[in-house]
Design a protein around this ligand. Structure first.
Ligand code: ARG
Length: 399
């Protein structure tokens, strides 16, 4: 029986060429699976058709937008997930969900091999294959770009020779990955890390330097999940999508960084993630108001480790699952409203309000109405400083 390859299909040049190539090379039938993660751009029906035109025996389109928002973006938000303190993990979050749908398609349609378009130099190959190892270790993997040393030029040449229905003329100089949580732009002139990104690199955000009237938004959270914008109940998908537009219109969430890839390379990355950055800023603020000090301090380390695990492709790993439990528990009281101004490339918190607030006006105030007993502080500070005092005395004795 001919084997069936389930291919993660984006509709772009590389994965389109991969269809006839895999069919020939592996002597197999190719099933294309395209997953809608809110990337926008081309119509998913057109993408589905293209796979068939390139020779796929089946072409599946999965609308995973709400699932991606609720089960991947929201957990990342609750972890305030920023790899290297800056990158909101948009590509890292999408791969484990794509893997899940590849596995489902393989089980339903009799696939025994899974294929993706990643090269051997990036993180995404790791995320695909580490995810597969956890969810369906019995499936084999083939990555044409990596395993058969495909280059872009080779792909274009192959597509032209085969008369494949893909537009190779409009040549995008960048490697782009985008979804609901943001957009990643790599390669081209950005590989010289002294070169500033030009305006045309960006698609989710407007130039923050252009003068315009600020926008104000109130984000409501319930137990760490965003549930309303300006008092209107919405799904997580709708909230992220609307904030992408509103914060994007003010240039919020542009990031230009040199990043440590898992494979050991440092690479220049430009991101734009207006909704993600706005929501993380709001969520961090609400945690500051509602999470007890020691839990909050400990959680910062957990958040960082969670981000590294997810970056490294270990979404379906035991440690990640354990950290999920702590993060979820910490969201118990993260409910309330955060008011923000969107302007000049920044989402700035201007107000916070919560029934679960630990902020106590009578303890914090320097005006009348102060209930904090300052006489207790004197003894506390002496005992708190005692270990330093004793150690300093020894240091003095040692000379
Ligand atoms: N460097 C980022 C990451 O590893 C973005 C990767 C974008 N992927 C792409 N195929 N352009 O998560």
């Amino acid at each position: 029986m001919t084997e069936r390859v389930v291919l993660a299909f984006s509709g772009g040049l590389d994965t389109s060429v991969a269809i006839p190539f895999l069919a020939e090379k592996m002597n197999a039938e190719v099933i294309a699976v395209a997953v809608d993660l809110g990337q926008g751009g081309e119509d998913m029906k057109a993408i589905r058709e293209r796979a068939l035109d390139c020779g796929a025996v089946e072409s599946v389109v999965v609308d995973a937008r709400e699932e991606f928002a609720a089960d991947f973006c929201v957990p990342a938000l609750q972890a305030n997930a920023l790899y290297m303190d800056r990158y909101p993990l948009l590509s890292s979050l999408s791969r484990p969900l794509i893997v899940k749908h590849l596995v489902t398609a393989a089980k339903q349609l009799g696939g025994t091999i899974v294929s993706h378009g990643c090269t051997g130099k990036g993180n995404d190959q790791v995320r695909f294959e580490a995810g597969l190892a956890a969810l369906a270790p019995e499936l084999k993997v083939v990555a044409p770009a990596r395993d058969f040393a495909w280059t872009r030029d080779k792909a274009i040449e192959y597509a032209e020779r085969r008369g494949l229905p893909i537009e190779t003329t409009k040549k995008n100089p960048f490697s782009i990955d985008q979804n609901l949580w943001g957009r990643a732009i790599e390669t081209g002139f950005l590989e010289d890390i002294w070169n500033a990104p030009s305006e045309d690199v960006y698609a989710y955000t407007a130039d923050p330097a252009v003068p315009r009237e600020p926008d104000e938004v109130v984000i409501t959270f319930e137990r760490g999940v965003p549930v309303k914008l300006d008092g209107r109940p919405l799904t997580p998908y709708e909230i992220i999508d609307e904030l992408n537009r509103r914060a994007g219109a003010h240039g919020v969430g542009r990031i230009d960084m040199v990043e440590d890839r898992l494979v050991g390379i440092k690479s220049r990355e430009v991101y734009e993630a207006p909704g993600a950055i706005t929501l993380i800023t709001a969520h961090l603020e609400l945690e500051s108001v509602t999470v007890e000090r020691d839990l909050a301090r400990f959680k910062r380390g957990v958040d960082q480790r969670w981000s590294e695990l997810v970056y490294d492709g270990l979404w379906y790993s035991p440690l990640k699952r354990g950290l999920d439990a702590l993060i979820a528990d910490a969201q118990r009281y993260v409910s309330g409203d955060i008011r923000m101004t969107l302007h000049g490339g920044r989402a700035t918190v201007t107000g916070r309000r919560s029934e679960q607030s630990l902020y106590d006006f009578s303890l914090a105030t320097y005006d009348t109405g102060d209930s904090f007993d300052q006489s207790l502080a004197k003894g506390f500070v002496q005992l708190f400083s005692l270990p330093s005092k004793i150690a300093a005395a020894r240091d003095a004795k040692q000379g």
